[in-house]
Design a protein around this ligand. Structure first.
Ligand code: PLP
Length: 422
């Protein structure tokens, strides 16, 4: 395996005066915005996108950035500006994509539970491809398209029963998962609907999970997808693309990780068997390393057994991943204090014992009011935040070319209460 951490640009680095993001002082940003705050590096996003684009340069491909990873408007615009297309997982994400400048034809619409309203909207807008998750969904799409007097461009998502060897909560390609239709049923579903008014089959789709850290499951997924595409071609379907989904993992712990080049090297031989252009839907691999959540220490305490807790002003309401998946994020003090490293439990302020960001983490001493950065939180961070315990959504900042700006202001209590009637 290629040690990806060596190849990947990492924006948050210690410097003499404290942690910097692309050379900009994180402390200076946090002093103006307050904490908690998400800070993203535009450079990292551009470089990660380019890394995938270049890895697939020898084959016709389109990168549809998976907005679910981070759909803040400015991030979506940044990706649109460098040539990305979009993968939207809801009517809301389609609307964000359109606002960010993506053409409807450059959006794929994925998702296991699309509503009638979402289908009507997507079909009327002329969304590039709707990735249907069941035969029933295809039939509902056809009926809506006929009623609207148009044709919906569709692909069927297949479930190949391949273990992505990721966390069970983000593995989607096993028969026990709710996603797609069993691979062996797909050909028949396409056959039965060939020529049906309102449907135009333009592709076939697969997505076996997220944070995939080895090439083999991705290769097997490509193999299954291409074999099906060849059968569909034999059946007379003029497919414009095969959609390999997303899933490329990132190195949260600094261990060796599959690189975009390794990913491409694993799947391209399969893709060349059919020669049909490929759609990729990466999310995490594009934005994951770009972000850090900066939080302040609000309390510290030591139990008689020696366990030490560090309580932050950010927790599962700002960053759900550790509570949801037990996921690992590096945590760095902005200005490390001198002293021996010790095991700390870094926790949030929320009234749940699962509100733990790191357990037994070896860190230099930290004290109340210190700031820490929780790294690699650009993907599935801010988008999963909630108002539980009436926490207000943290602001988001984009650092670009030595400057920074707020791309989402801090939510105010009035923003939340505006929805309520008493
Ligand atoms: C259909 C689909 N495509 C793309 C993605 C993006 O995955 P990742 O962020 O792991 O690249 C997801 C997320 O799980 C997904 O469900």
């Amino acid at each position: 395996m290629i040690p990806c951490e060596i190849l990947v640009y990492l924006p948050f680095q210690p410097a003499v005066d404290g942690l910097v993001c692309d050379g900009v002082s994180v402390q200076a940003i946090a002093s103006e915005t307050g904490t908690p705050v998400y800070i993203y590096s535009a450079r990292t996003i551009r470089e990660a996108y380019r890394g995938i684009d270049e890895a697939f340069a020898s084959f016709p491909h389109a990168i549809h950035y998976a907005l679910k990873a981070n759909s803040t408007l400015a991030i979506a615009r940044l990706l649109h500006a460098i040539g990305s297309k979009a993968d939207a997982n809801s009517g809301g994400e389609i609307r964000v994509a359109l606002r960010a400048g993506f053409a409807p034809a450059d959006i794929v619409f994925t998702g296991v539970g699309k509503t009638r309203d979402e289908h009507e909207f997507a079909i009327a807008e002329g969304i590039g491809t709707i990735n249907a998750e069941s035969a029933g969904e295809l039939d509902r799409i056809a009926a809506i398209a006929r009623a609207l007097g148009c044709e919906a461009r569709v692909a069927l998502r297949v479930n190949p029963d391949i273990d992505a060897h990721s966390h069970p909560n983000i593995s989607t390609g096993l028969k026990s998962n709710k996603f797609g239709v069993p691979l062996e049923e797909a050909r028949q579903i396409y056959r039965e609907r060939k020529g049906v008014q309102g449907l135009r089959f333009v592709g076939v789709h697969i997505h076996i999970g997220s944070q995939i850290t080895t090439a083999e499951p991705l290769r097997r997924a490509a193999e299954a997808l291409v074999s099906l595409a060849l059968e569909l071609r034999d059946d007379g379907h003029a497919l414009e693309h095969v959609d390999l989904g997303g899933g490329l993992g990132i190195a949260y712990e600094g261990r060796p990780m599959i690189s975009p080049d390794e990913y491409a090297a694993a799947v391209l031989p399969e893709l060349r068997r059919a020669g049909i252009p490929v759609v990729l839907e990466p999310g995490r691999a594009i934005v994951g390393h770009s972000g850090a959540l900066v939080a302040q220490v609000v309390d510290t305490k030591r139990y008689p057994d020696g366990r030490q807790f560090v309580v932050l002003d950010a927790g599962m309401t700002e960053l759900m991943r550790p509570a949801l998946y037990g996921s690992f994020h590096r945590i760095l003090p902005l200005k490390p204090r001198s002293g021996a490293e010790q095991p700390l439990d870094i926790v949030g302020p929320i009234c749940e014992s699962s509100d733990v960001l790191a357990r037994d983490r070896l860190m230099p001493p930290v004290a109340v009011d210190d700031l820490v950065a929780i790294l690699d939180t650009g993907a599935y961070g801010a988008v999963m935040a909630s108002n539980y315990n009436r926490h207000l959504l943290a602001p988001e900042v984009l650092v670009d070319d030595g400057n920074w700006r707020i791309i989402r202001r801090r939510q105010a209590l009035d923003d939340v209460l505006a929805l309520e009637k008493d």
